[in-house]
Design a protein around this ligand. Structure first.
Ligand code: WT7
Length: 657
């Protein structure tokens, strides 16, 4: 790790914005000056300018009870109205909102007027189904326009969505439905993935049935099903409804009422350091202000001419903030793509860029690295000259990948913005502003206007330029999480307790360094959270899935660095004697990989499962994952003196080879 960091900090290439880009840029230095002069006033001005309020707010921030913040609390707005109706009312109803491309090559072009009408119909269906303000709706859909429609219809009636990524298993879905107490599930028969239909409805049926003796799910009253895959599905009369039976016949008249700015907007589950995913809660006015602000300024959005494409799935926060809320609040035209990057051919993404004339592309380092592996000949077959800005998110982007992205995809012409943020922050927090910032490959660089971050030591003291420490956010921000659904104590403990004496430092869980210019370089997680292809996974969650298997006695999971996925899941498992004698280690390892995929979802499937006899533990019984990471990354094993049994690592190393 330390050699990697030194290498990173040796990076000295700099890319100033071109004069042409700067001349037309949306963001100006004035933003920093205004925010510097009056941070809260700056956000209030942005909230008034970017959004339409049905009742104006009089107070911007209330931070009298940290860490519980409210923003614009006495104001009212309808989030869906802000994303839809007001654009139609302003005469932009014919502007395309979604340029949807299905994986098999079918496509749909949906204008703001059409999307508004469809959302109104679905809002009426929701009302008929008894879904209203404060109710929770689980959404388990592929990347089809109905996913966007469903989210906006839910928030239009003041209800709360909980989108569950379509790649999660029935068990993961059940846990999320139970935790939120969802009343309705919106799903599809299936969607296209890697050239085949991948079924979704059967997972919903399983999730709602009796799972492992926990009984039939009790809060869900209806399941609304979009027909996409055409695969056969089972049907529960009275509970299940086809979207195409109820939506087209619903009225297209629907008045959007205003809801308080602090009305919950959505819950999104993410992995923490324990086995139980956290339901991150976001509210309306502050969230929409910051997603709209960042989408406009970080991506230099010119809504009349740009074609924007964020490749994230709506199941993740990036899909919420930068596919749905930011772009639609800003009236952008965007591409929505259903499938995987390499189906039916490895140039699929570049074909989409060429076909729609994409101007702004926002994706993840893991995707960029896998394109690097395939080689530049694939993107070079397509006309990518429409691109003018590239963004990166999800994990630190190594300078090599950054440079490749700029040179090969951006023709050495486009600015690259590396954006740091989290499910919890709701919107981008640290990023260059194109047209202003001289960019540095590998560094996320500077806090956005109105955002205050620092890098501190364990005592919360600023480390100073040239030093490393922990990333903290030192002032509340509009799109900050408002809590963990149903668990206020965990909210305080996880994010605010570490630096409690600082009176409100948010601990992000990331290590960071400040370079000599004071720019921020992210160094990865400092807790037991892994980042695999930009997706957050918890070691504890995968360990508990492994020990839930009857053959497993004990398990330890680490994130090992991986050339393509950033980190990869590596598991060390002790198998019960009775199973060891009946199965080969290879067979057990394969079986457990598949098992974890079934329990949590394919993204959690370990790259390697090592069957071992013992795990390295301290005298107090704590597993020393650091040593296992050394083994997983093929390094010499570090200091073992605090182990209860100092010989155990040589035994494990031998077993792994
Ligand atoms: C974690 C948050 C934000 C949407 C996608 C992930 C890592 C995210 C960067 C970046 C370095 C990054 C951090 C963070 N991360 N973006 N530009 N540079 N690290 O959201 O699943 O909530 O994960 O992703 O470690 O804590 P998430």
């Amino acid at each position: 790790m330390s050699s990697q960091i030194d290498h990173l900090l040796d990076e000295s290439r700099r890319f100033a914005p071109s004069a042409e880009f700067a001349a037309e840029a949306i963001a100006t230095k004035e933003l920093y000056h205004r925010a510097q002069a009056d941070r809260v006033g700056f956000w209030a001005d942005e909230a008034r300018e970017l959004l339409t309020w049905s009742k104006p707010f009089t107070e911007a921030l209330d931070w009298s009870n940290p860490p519980f913040a409210t923003w614009f609390a006495d104001g009212e707005l309808n989030v869906a109205y802000n994303c839809l109706d007001r654009h139609v009312e302003a005469g932009n109803g014919d502007r395309v909102a979604l340029l949807w491309e299905g994986e098999p090559g079918d496509s749909r072009r949906i204008t703001y007027a059409e999307l508004t009408e469809e959302v109104k119909r679905v809002a009426n269906v929701l009302t008929d189904l008894g879904v209203g303000a404060g109710d929770r709706v689980a959404i388990y859909l592929p990347m089809i326009p109905e996913a966007v429609t469903a989210m906006l219809a839910v928030v239009r009636v003041g209800a709360i969505h909980s989108v569950v990524f379509g790649g999660f298993s029935a068990d993961s879905l059940r846990a999320r439905i139970d935790d939120a107490g969802a009343k309705l599930v919106i799903t599809a028969d299936g969607g296209y993935r890697k050239g085949k239909v991948s079924a979704l409805k059967p997972a919903v049926d399983m999730a709602l049935g009796d799972r492992n003796g926990s009984g039939v799910q009790e809060t869900v009253e209806h399941v609304l099903v979009v027909k996409r895959g055409g695969n056969d599905v089972e049907w529960t009369e009275g509970r299940d409804l086809w979207w195409h039976d109820v939506v087209p016949q619903a009225s297209a008249e629907h008045e959007a009422s205003g809801f308080p700015a602090e009305n919950p907007l959505f819950i999104l589950y993410t992995s923490g350091t324990t086995g139980k995913p956290k339901g991150i809660l976001h509210t309306s006015g502050g969230y929409l202000t910051q997603t709209a602000f960042t989408h406009k300024n970080v991506f230099d959005l010119h809504p009349e001419t740009d074609v924007y494409w964020c490749t994230a799935d709506i199941g993740w926060i990036t899909g919420h903030s930068y596919v749905v809320y930011g772009p639609l609040a800003n009236g952008a035209t965007q591409v929505l793509y259903e499938g995987t990057p390499d189906t039916p051919h490895p140039g699929r993404w570049w074909e989409v860029v060429e076909k729609y004339g994409v101007t702004i592309l926002y994706t993840a380092p893991t995707a960029i690295r896998s394109f690097m592996k395939i080689g530049r000949s694939v993107p070079k077959k397509f006309d990518l000259s429409s691109l003018r800005l590239l963004g990166s998110v999800g994990e630190p982007i190594n300078p090599e990948a950054w440079i490749w992205y700029r040179k090969v995809i951006g023709d050495d012409r486009t600015p690259v913005v590396d954006t740091w943020w989290q499910t919890e922050t709701g919107a981008i927090m640290i990023s260059a502003l194109p047209g202003i910032t001289e960019t540095k490959p590998g560094s996320a660089q500077v806090a956005l206007p109105g955002i205050a971050v620092d890098v501190v030591d364990d005592a919360g003291v600023h480390v100073g330029n040239g030093n490393g420490g922990l990333l903290v956010i030192t002032e509340p921000w509009p799109s900050m999480l408002r809590g963990i659904w149903g668990d206020p104590d965990r909210y305080v403990e996880t994010y605010w307790e570490k630096f409690a004496d600082k009176g409100g430092y948010y601990f992000a869980g990331d290590g960071a360094r400040l370079d000599d210019d004071g720019d921020v370089w992210l160094m990865g997680r400092v807790d037991d959270v892994m980042n695999v292809s930009g997706h957050r996974l918890s070691t504890a969650e995968i360990e508990s899935a492994l020990v839930a298997h009857e053959a497993t006695a004990e398990a330890a999971v680490v994130g090992a660095s991986d050339e393509t996925t950033g980190q990869a899941v590596v598991a060390f498992v002790i198998i019960k004697e009775s199973y060891l004698s009946q199965h080969t280690p290879e067979g057990l390892a394969t079986h457990l990989r598949v098992w974890v995929g079934e329990q949590i979802g394919p993204i959690a499937r370990p790259r390697d499962v090592y069957i071992v006899g013992e795990l390295p533990k301290t005298r107090s019984g704590k597993i020393m994952r650091r040593l296992l990471r050394d083994v997983a990354e093929g390094r010499e094993v570090g200091d073992t003196t605090t182990l209860a049994d100092t010989m155990v690592m040589s035994v494990i190393s031998a077993q792994v080879k």
